[in-house]
Design a protein around this ligand. Sequence first.
Ligand code: ADP
Ligand code: ZN
Length: 605
Amino acid sequence: MIRDAQEVLSKVFGFEAFRGQQQDIIEEVVGGGDALVLMPTGGGKSLCYQIPALCRPGTGVVISPLIALMQDQVESLRQLGVQAAALNSSLDYHTASEVERALVAGALDLIYVAPERLLTPGFLRLLERCEIALFAIDEAHCVSQWGHDFRPEYRQLAPLRARFPEVPRLALTATADGPTRRDILTQLELTEGRVFAASFDRPNIRYRVRPKANPRRQLKAFLEAEHRGDAGIVYCLSRGKVEDTAQWLTAEGFTALPYHAGLDKAVRAANQDRFLKEEAVVMVATIAFGMGIDKPDVRFVAHLDLPKSLEAYYQETGRAGRDGLAANAWMTYGLEDLVKLRQLSEASAAPDEQKRIERQKLDALLGYCETVRCRRQVLLDYFGETLAQPCGNCDTCLEPVTSFDGTEAAQKALSCVYRTGQIFGAGHLIDVLLGGDTERIRKFRHQELSTYGIGGDFGREEWRSIFRQLVALGLVTVDVEGHGGLRLTSEARPVLRGERRIELRRDPATARGRARTAAKARAPVDFEDPAAEALFQALRGLRLDLAKRQGVPPYVIFHDSTLAEMARTRPSRLAQLSGITGIGQAKLERYGEDFLAVINAQEAG
Ligand code: ADP
Ligand code: ZN
């Protein structure tokens, strides 16, 4: 029996329409074809295998490397009334055998398995006794050594094709670069499958980059203005900084928890659990946090330190706003971050070729930070996509950056680098340009230089911005073998000789005498009517109660967007409630009356 995909979409998931290429992908797989799906985080990959698994006879087998994610997905599916289970190393023997029994009995719609489990001879024999609807290989980039999450077991998945020739195979990933894509197709023997590549744009995420002045004060202002009561992630480079920042945010009245690889395993698990199950936890973390976090309502991702590359930045910021509602990617950065990352990369034992690649990636990142263009255009360009128009939802679009003829400023800065011997960092160089009276200036007699005190046209912050841009433009480089001093490159000579003009950006935050017209913050759900807002909060309260009672995250019951639609339309009967996005049959039966009671109580009150 093949069920109709559209019917499953509306009855089980409570969704009206397919998104993007979902329908084509689902038809391909329901029809027995193989496919590779490249879609950004939050694009809706899971439906692409969940619906075919429900439409085709037998059990859908989902191979996933991440235990936390498996459990989350299984819980979400159970809430929808789907028979789902997971098999992984966290289960005891008894539970695992029960799951296997259910599988063989044909009682499961979907089973999630870790690759090493799937590949055991015993489990493969078991599968041969079952009817299998499809194999879904999630996080398929794990098969590639190019990627960041290489898992050797993924390489052994290719024989599935020969062993189960009738079963369609579907590989899915949010990593889109060319080498990784080719690797997936060849390593998994998917070359005959269709490739579905979606745009990697995440239009609901607003990108902002701020020059670092006082990062804590900047972060606090951002959180207070836009994210009181929201869940989010703050990324820092080091464990120590994670701890300090979490403590400081707690003192500032936020619910902030630390997460890094140096913490006890139990503490990490507990913090992650709170992040998922409470509504407004700020996770302060190193990059150890995030893989396999499927929380849809992360409202912001903030970077207090530069990520390693644009790939890393895009992956980390991509954890915001999976639910499609407004979300923020916010970063503050300074020259000292760049120096630190260069030093780390240089000091590593990696071969020269790799160091060269790392340097290029850092340069691309710096170019992104210092751009005067739409940030989304720069990002998509980097990933090989073109966005024809500026997006209107990033800082450079919202507060257009003006540029100015920076040739003279560049000449002053470059000659100051040269005359001080190419060994000093930006702080001292700016002191010299501004005619400061510091111990260091006196020690090196820099007050006697021709560049001493010639920088009065700009303030300290503006000079910092100018030096950052000179590095971004490749006129100056950071001496990583020494103490991070600035040196001229060969590109600097034509500028010093007056043969090349330099256009510089005037940072909005440093622009003199100009009001700081920050773009208006957007609420993820906007209510015109205060009564709707109050109802929304009451519905969230009920959701949290129901979630706590079952020990599950609130979002597996309903997403914020579903509650917002309830608050706006105020259905009074079950039949009306069922028309709301995200309410399928199972949830209607399970929760409908409870939510109606809250709506009707407010109506009466
Ligand atoms: P991905 O795995 O690609 O990161 P998900 O499968 O988790 O994305 O989907 C992201 C969000 O979009 C989920 O909250 C999901 O319920 C929702 N979603 C997916 N497809 C649809 C659809 N056709 N209509 C409405 N919501 C959808
Ligand atoms: Zn833009």
